[in-house]
Design a protein around this ligand. Structure first.
Ligand code: AMP
Length: 306
């Protein structure tokens, strides 16, 4: 079942204790789409400049990601982001954000995308997220991500936007900021009151927790021997999460995702986030297979069953 992914397609400069790459394919929509493409057909809505390389188009196309909604601005430059990680890779400092063509991003949904049943809204201005959601009347499941900037400076707009979502995926510091609560359980209860039936709080290497009014589910992070580059791990989590649900054709009548499927979706999210960290940028997706994904999913079951 088709999944529409909206967000940034970028070039990233990344430095980790394992090395430095000045410019490589990145962007939230890129990571989400690559990750979700292992589970369900994906179509992207994003903007790039005419510096966007054919080899990067080819990588997305090799995963059969629909590119009709990838707008190319003549004479424009693709969004560029650069960051450096701390020694333990739990902290990241942004060194540069050149919005370029992303500054005027106004997502245009091709006609053929409007009837799609699944929508993942990457981190963009909440009003734009809302406008996309409003153009898709046949959605079975919609949700997305946001960041501290929108929580702090666009709060009202953000609250109006997430009210209509089935799920919200954010990290723990964002959950604390959005709710004004330090305790995660209290924070989750407040956020669920804001609209989304499901809240997934991502906790980096420590895993993720899915909260609903009737309970919560805790998934650990996969213990990798080497983390090369955590960039995009949160987005790959999101891609695995919604990709799995879309692939299963989840259609909750009351907007509430079945709890058993929700648990599996969180584990697939953790699996995809872990693969992302094994190589720099999107490189792991050049060779990753569905069999490797299933093997790691089973390993999760073994490691967490008691
Ligand atoms: P993550 O590590 O999951 O937070 O995702 C990192 C990706 O998000 C990188 O590939 C960046 O290109 C992209 N990114 C960084 N800053 C922004 C921003 N302000 N808006 C949209 N995407 C961004």
């Amino acid at each position: 079942m088709s999944l529409i992914v909206v967000g940034s397609v970028a070039y990233d400069g990344v430095e980790t204790p394992h090395g430095k790459i000045d410019r490589m394919l990145g962007g939230a929509a890129t990571y989400i789409a690559l990750s979700a493409s292992y589970f369900t057909p994906v179509k992207i809505v994003a903007v790039v400049g005419d510096d966007f390389a054919q080899e990067d188009v080819d990588l997305l196309a090799s995963r059969k990601i629909g590119l009709e909604g990838l707008e190319r601005v003549p004479g424009g430059k693709t969004f560029f982001w650069a960051g450096v990680y701390s020694a333990d890779m739990n902290d990241r400092t942004t060194l540069r954000t050149d919005l370029n063509v992303f500054a005027d991003f106004n997502p245009k949904l091709p006609e053929s995308y409007r009837s799609a049943p699944y929508l993942l809204l990457g981190n963009i201005q909440p009003a734009l997220q809302r406008a996309v959601r409003a153009q898709m009347p046949q959605l079975k499941l919609a949700g997305g991500d946001t960041m501290n900037y929108w929580i702090k400076d666009y709060r009202d707009e953000l609250l109006q936007t997430i009210r209509d979502w089935n799920f919200l995926l954010i990290n723990d510091s964002e959950a604390r900021m959005l709710s004004g609560e330090n305790n995660l359980r209290r924070a989750a209860a407040k956020i669920l009151d804001m609209g989304p039936g499901t809240l997934v709080i991502k906790r980096g290497e420590y895993g993720a927790i899915a909260f609903r009014r009737d309970g919560h589910f805790m998934a650990p992070g996969y213990l990798l021997e080497d983390v090369f580059d955590p960039t995009g791990a949160g987005d790959c989590f999101a891609g695995g999460f919604i990709g799995y649900l879309a692939g299963r054709g989840i259609n909750p009548a009351d907007g509430q995702i079945d709890f058993v499927e929700l648990r599996k979706a969180v584990i697939y999210g953790s699996v995809m986030g872990s693969f992302c960290c094994e190589k720099f940028g999107v490189d792991r997706f050049r060779t990753l297979t569905r069999d490797e994904i299933e093997a790691r999913y089973r390993e999760f079951q073994t490691c967490t069953s008691f």
